[in-house]
Design a protein around this ligand. Structure first.
Ligand SMILES: [Zn+2]
Length: 236
């Protein structure tokens, strides 16, 4: 996995800024996995997408990464540093479908996520996501209690088969004291890094263009080391 080049960083930042988070994650996935046909990315398991995004993030911004989750109980944003060693190993192949009570479920994909985007709360969305991933939804039980128990079992089976689909962290919130489980939004974290680096890069381009009269492509063609060296000479 190669780091994102500066000119690519700026073009992705420009394209992604106004997209819905699911589409933005697919834009980043296309950057992380250029070998995959773009029209197949929405149907790739979320675990593969997330693992590719994390690999791109590590290659571009390092193994020690600033991360955050929002406390599910009170909404407080909890910030911490995430080391690559704390994460499960990156998957080498697509996870297989799981079978629970004779019904097969595909690992959820970005297309499934898009289908449940209107769900009011995360719990409902998770349930709808599992329903969407059933190969034959007509086989699902209609009794709410039976369905609930089945979906709990499916969730556990899918988590085991594809841990990268939903990386959940156990946390104790310092603000409200609740112990809970929060999902790591890998695409959101990568986007935050891209946003911060793009803005810093634009600042640098602005400074160098004013000082030397160079164009944006000329400044982007400089290596990071040279750009930094010129910036040092311009700084007051
Ligand atoms: Zn809290």
């Amino acid at each position: 996995m190669a780091a994102i080049r500066p000119e690519r960083l700026l073009s992705v930042w420009e394209q992604g800024a106004r997209r819905h988070p699911i589409d933005r994650a697919l834009l980043l996935y296309a950057l992380a996995a250029p070998e995959l046909p773009v029209d197949q990315l929405a149907d790739a398991p979320l675990g593969l997408r997330n693992a590719a995004l994390m690999a791109l993030r590590q290659a571009s911004f390092g193994r020690q990464l600033a991360a955050w989750v929002d406390c599910p109980a009170c909404g407080e944003r909890l910030e911490f540093t995430l080391d690559a060693a704390d994460l499960p190993p990156l998957p080498s192949a697509a996870p297989a479908p799981v079978e629970v009570a004779g019904i097969r479920f595909q690992p959820p994909t970005s297309r499934h996520l898009a289908q449940v985007v209107a769900a009011g709360d995360p719990e409902t969305a998770a349930r709808q996501l599992l329903r969407a991933s059933a190969v034959a939804a007509a086989d699902l039980p209609t009794d709410a209690a039976v369905l609930g128990a089945l979906l709990d079992a499916v969730e556990a089976a899918l988590d085991a088969a594809d841990p990268w689909a939903d990386l959940a962290l156990d946390l104790q919130c310092p603000a409200c004291g609740e112990a809970s489980e929060a999902s790591l939004d890998i695409a959101g974290l990568l986007w935050d890094d891209i946003d911060a680096h793009a803005r810093a890069l634009l600042d640098d381009i602005h400074t160098l263009a004013r000082a030397y009269g160079w164009t944006e492509p000329e400044i982007l063609a400089l290596s990071d080391a040279r750009r930094a060296a010129y910036l040092e000479r311009v700084a007051p």
